[in-house]
Write a protein that binds this ligand. Structure first.
Ligand code: UD1
Length: 337
C-alpha cells in the first residue's frame, strides 16, 4: 500500500513517515522544504534502513504534482503541507489562505484525476476556537480566532463536501492537540526557524543556553496553578494515529473527525517541572502578561479515536520531555548545523 505524504519532511510528517514505513507501508514524500530541511531525508533513511522516495515539489504546483501522481499509484494521501504560524497568519492572511487552500485544491484535483479517494487531513484543535468546556469532543461547535485556524476549518469543510459529493471518498480529519517530543533516536525533531512560538521548543532552547529565560504567559487563569493547561501528545503517538487512520480508511467511506490527544490536561508549570526533573536541568522563568488569544484550558476527549481507530496515546509526559531534550541536545542548531 502506497501513501503520499505532503509536507512529509516536516515535524509531524517525518515522524509519520517512520511509523508508516515501520508498519510496512510504502511512503512517498512531497515537500518544498519551505519550513523543513532536506537533511531530514538522510536521517529518515538511517532510521528506517531503506531508501526514501521524495520530491522537492510545492503542492500548489499542479504540473509538478501531476508528475508525482503519474510515477506512483497511491492508495491514500496524508496532507501535512501548509503554513502553520498563528502570529504570521494574522500579519499575512492572504498568503495563508492562498497557500493552505490552493495546495488542498491542487491535491484533491490530482487525486480525482488519478482515482485516489482516501484522504487524511492534518487539522488542529485550534478549530474549537474559544470553547469553554473541556474535554473537547468532536461534535462540539467550531470557530477560529486567527487565519491559520480558519484555513484548517475551511479545509475540513471542503473535504466534508467532497465526501458527500463523491461517496467513494474516505476522509479522516485529524485534530491534533499539542505535539511535542521527538523520535527516540534523537535524529529527527521539531526545528523551528527563528524564535520558537510554542512552549516546548522554547523550554529546550532555554535548557541549552540558547535563550536565557522562559516567559510564562500568565498565572492568573482559572486552572489549578493559574497557568495555561494543554493536552501535550508525543509526536510518535501522533504519528501512529495517522497509521491507524490510514488502516481505517481502507475499509470505510465518508468523512470522520478524530481528536488526537492524550485526554490529559497539563499546565505550563507542570511541563516545566517535569522537564527539569527528567533531564536534571533547571529552567529559569519569569511570569509575564497573558499572551493575547490564549485560552485557559484545552484538552481532548480522545475516546472516539480509541473506539473507532483502535488508537490511543501511550507515551508519557516524561517520555516527551526526555525525547525533546535528546533531540535538542544532539542537534543544538537543528538540522542546519
Ligand atoms: C498554539 C497555537 C495553535 C497551534 C499549536 C501548535 C496559538 C493561540 N495557538 O497552541 O493554533 O495549533 O500552537 O502546537 O498560538 N506558553 C508560555 N510561554 C511560551 C510559550 C507558550 O507560557 O513561551 C504557554 C501558552 O500560554 C499556553 C501553553 O504554553 O498556555 C502552550 O502554548 P503553545 O505551545 O504556544 O501552544 P498553544 O497556544 O496551545
Amino acid at each position: 500500500m502506497a501513501i503520499l505524504l505532503t509536507g512529509g519532511a516536516g515535524y509531524i510528517g517525518s515522524h509519520t513517515y517512520v511509523e508508516l514505513v515501520q508498519a510496512g507501508y510504502d511512503a512517498v514524500i512531497v515537500d518544498n522544504f519551505y519550513n523543513s530541511c532536506p537533511d531530514v531525508i538522510e536521517r529518515l533513511k538511517a532510521i528506517t534502513g531503506k531508501p526514501v522516495t521524495y520530491y522537492d515539489v510545492d503542492v500548489c504546483d499542479r504540473k509538478a504534482l501531476e508528475k508525482v501522481f503519474l510515477n506512483h499509484t497511491f492508495d491514500a494521501v496524508i496532507h501535512f503541507a501548509g503554513y502553520k504560524a498563528v502570529g504570521e497568519s494574522v500579519a499575512k492572511p492572504l498568503a495563508y489562505y492562498r497557500n493552505n487552500l490552493d495546495s488542498t485544491f491542487a491535491l484533491c484535483d490530482a487525486m480525482q484525476a488519478h482515482g485516489v479517494s482516501r484522504f487524511v487531513f492534518s487539522s488542529s484543535a485550534t478549530v474549537y476556537g474559544l470553547a469553554e468546556t473541556v474535554p473537547l469532543t468532536e461534535t462540539m461547535p467550531t470557530g477560529c480566532t486567527n487565519p491559520y485556524g480558519w484555513t484548517k476549518y475551511m479545509i475540513e469543510q471542503v473535504l466534508r463536501d467532497i465526501a458527500v459529493a463523491h461517496p467513494d471518498w474516505a476522509v479522516a480529519l485529524l485534530r491534533y492537540f499539542n505535539p511535542i517530543g521527538a523520535h527516540e533516536s534523537g535524529t529527527i525533531g521539531e526545528d523551528p526557524v527563528g524564535l520558537p512560538n510554542n512552549l516546548m521548543p522554547f523550554i529546550t532552547q532555554v535548557a541549552s543556553g540558547k535563550l536565557a529565560k522562559l516567559r510564562v504567559f500568565g498565572n492568573d487563569y482559572d486552572t489549578p496553578d493559574g497557568t495555561g493547561v494543554r493536552d501535550y501528545i508525543h509526536v510518535v503517538d501522533l504519528a501512529r494515529g495517522h497509521v491507524a487512520a490510514c488502516r481505517y480508511l481502507l475499509s470505510h467511506t465518508g468523512c470522520e473527525v478524530f481528536n488526537l490527544g492524550t485526554g490529559l490536561g497539563v499546565s505550563v508549570l507542570e511541563l516545566i517541572h517535569t522537564f527539569e526533573r527528567v533531564n536534571n536541568i533547571p529552567i529559569p522563568f519569569d511570569v509575564v502578561e497573558r499572551r493575547p488569544g490564549d485560552i485557559a484550558t484545552c484538552y481532548a476527549d480522545a475516546s472516539k479515536a480509541k473506539t473507532v481507530l483502535d488508537w490511543e496515546a501511550s507515551l508519557t509526559l516524561e517520555d516527551m520531555c526526555r525525547d525533546s531534550w535528546r533531540w535538542q541536545s544532539q542537534n543544538p542548531k537543528g538540522y542546519r548545523a
